[in-house]
Design a protein around this ligand. Structure first.
Ligand SMILES: Cc1ncc(C[n+]2csc(CCOP(=O)(O)OP(=O)(O)O)c2C)c(N)n1
Length: 405
């Protein structure tokens, strides 16, 4: 099928409708592609190839995204970040997810989607705050209309549907784009989100980055559906499959789904076929469950290489422009290093902030326990300090939680 505007899935799958209406919701047999791996244009009568200037802009974000991924990995190795789920190899999905949205729209990302969040305009240092483990989230979700990156799988899909439903009730033309991985499609929350979205016809686009693995679990052990996009028809919404390493195809397919949702067409499900080139996180050894040959097979399909070849073929990219883009990406990486090399001294008591509006009895008890421990520690430290005259009772933290010193 083609995700086009104006379709009403509910009507299409009504009891009296024929198999043609159902097949109209089905994804194409092969993922949509507009640029081949060698950089040649690949014609598709259903989806237009985005203009060169848009692709050049996307390429700049791809270059920055790759550099951000590599820098974040290095910061993990230096102990400056606690963890980083890299999207190396998936940057086209990340960049396109942000690019198809308007300022008034909402993005609901997962832990793997830092580059999408940064592409939407959030400062990389704010994005990495969570992964540094020293504060709940480094950015204000309302400022950029980006929900906090969700670690519990698929929970963000329900939140996304809620926001989209609210926008519809308020008569706003906001669209919500919700990201998830292939593994997350096995969660009950995935089902609930898609079903509610379809029944209430809300303006949400579900975007699955199928990178073949859920940590060590390959897709074949996760689902035997013809594709993850095929699941859409069961809910009565259109599904589409797209080459997840082709930023042009992603922009076109996701753009059509977003436009359709904005015009009242309801939800859609898009599955991008991509590959996680690196380990799940630094806490994972990917060599234990997949071969080097398998990973190597994906190298020629790299999203940056193909976009670069295409743009060079058009004469829109040359060495000088490449150098400028690399330099701009290097500046982002330097800011990440500088920012993360500054030590912070967060207040452990801040753990209890922003959990509930009013603290539960259990949380109050836990907070008191921690306060007692911190006070005892501080007293012991003071007593051991040379020339100590007694305990101060302070926790050792005077500033605002999460503030840099
Ligand atoms: C509800 C829930 N169950 C289990 C986990 C542990 N977990 C973290 S990541 C992950 C794999 C997710 O795979 P996928 O959805 O394909 O996303 P990817 O990491 O590949 O981007 C699992 C099982 C979790 N975070 N949340």
């Amino acid at each position: 099928m083609t995700i086009s505007t104006g379709r009403t899935p509910q009507a299409a799958v009504g009891a009296e409708s024929g198999s043609g209406a159902v097949s109209a919701l089905l994804p194409s047999d092969v993922p949509v592609r507009l640029i081949d791996a060698d950089g040649a244009a690949h014609r598709d009568s259903r989806y237009p190839l985005p203009a060169g200037d848009l692709l050049l802009e996307a390429y700049a974000r791809l270059v920055a995204g790759r550099r951000i991924n590599d820098q974040a990995n290095a910061l993990v190795r230096q102990g400056r970040l606690a963890v980083y789920p890299s999207s190396h190899g998936q940057e086209a999905c990340q960049v396109a997810a942000a690019a198809v949205l308007e300022t008034r729209d909402w993005l609901f990302p997962t832990y793997r989607d830092s580059v999408a969040v940064i592409s939407r305009g959030v400062d990389p240092l704010q994005v990495l705050t969570l992964l540094r483990g020293n504060w709940h989230s480094g950015y204000d979700p309302y400022e950029h209309r980006v929900a906090p990156q969700a670690t519990p799988l698929a929970t963000q899909l329900l939140h996304a549907v809620g926001v989209a439903h609210a926008a519809k009730l308020k008569g706003e033309d906001t669209v919500v784009l919700a990201l998830c991985g292939d593994g997350a499609t096995s969660e009950g929350d995935f089902h609930e989100a898609l079903n509610f979205a379809a029944v209430f016809h809300v303006p949400v686009v579900f975007f699955i980055q199928n990178n073949e693995y859920a940590i060590s679990v390959p897709l074949k052990n996760q689902s035997v559906a013809p594709s993850l996009a095929h699941k859409a028809v069961g809910y009565g919404m259109p599904g589409e499959r797209v080459d997840g390493n082709d930023v042009a195809a992603l922009l076109s397919v996701l753009g059509a789904a977003v436009q359709r949702a904005r015009e009242g067409g309801g939800p859609a499900l898009v599955e991008a076929h991509t590959y996680r080139m690196q380990a799940h996180t630094n806490a994972d050894d990917a060599t234990r469950y997949r071969s080097a040959e398998e990973v190597q097979d994906w190298v020629p399909r790299d999203p940056l290489v193909r976009t670069r070849s295409y743009l060079r073929g058009l004469g829109l990219l040359d060495d000088a422009r490449e150098e400028e883009l690399a330099q701009a990406a290097e500046e982002i990486a330097a800011a990440m290093r500088n920012g993360l090399n500054t030590d912070v001294d967060p207040d452990p008591m801040a753990l209890f902030e922003h959990v509930y509006t009013a603290r539960t009895t259990q949380l109050r008890e836990q907070a008191e326990l921690l306060r007692g421990e911190l006070e005892r520690d501080a007293a012991e430290r003071d007593a051991l300090a040379p020339g100590a005259t007694g305990a101060t009772g302070a926790t050792g933290n005077s500033g605002t939680a999460g503030a840099s010193r």
